[in-house]
Design a protein around this ligand. Structure first.
Ligand code: RB5
Length: 149
């Protein structure tokens, strides 16, 4: 499993914890920035990680900003991305099981490190259940196609 990771300045320190966690678990990853604490714009990192995921060079993405809101909104503009902002472990596994989410977004100003790492584990440990959920994902894709003419 390969994970593309990105954050803005507000998400940098939580992202570093996520990277350490992935490393400790032996999960392959690449950090697409930001690498410094200087103020920067979350859409730049959302777009990079989103492109890596939809191209299938990476299996999943993890994005972190202050709230997780801006970076998830930006990632969801890339067709094929289903980014889920999670602050609890139930949502983290449900978004994989029901929504086939391919990017997890975290808010560094919202969740502490402990819960954030549990959320990462719940997300990566869950599997899409397909079946009735697939037709709903197909409907999401149809909406994307309709508005991306
Ligand atoms: C940066 O200050 C902050 O606005 C950003 O990290 C994020 O929370 C936006 O949604």
């Amino acid at each position: 499993m390969k994970i593309a990771v990105g954050s803005d300045h507000a998400g940098l320190s939580l992202k570093k914890e996520v990277l350490k966690h992935l490393q400790a678990k032996g999960i392959e990853f690449e950090d697409f920035g930001t690498y410094a604490e200087a103020s920067c714009d979350y859409p730049d990192f959302a777009e990079k990680v989103a492109e890596e995921v939809v191209s299938r060079r990476f299996d999943f993405g993890i994005l972190v900003c202050g709230t997780g809101i801006g970076i998830s909104i930006a990632a969801n503009k890339v067709p094929g991305v289903r980014a889920a902002l999670c602050s609890d472990t139930f949502s983290a596994h449900a978004c994989r099981e029901h929504n086939d989410a391919n990017i997890l977004a975290l808010g560094a100003r919202i969740v502490g490190v402990g819960i954030a790492l549990d959320i990462v584990d719940s997300f990566l440990g869950a599997k899409f259940e397909g079946d009735r959920h697939q037709k709903r994902i197909d409907k999401i894709s149809q909406i994307e196609k309709k508005y991306n003419k």
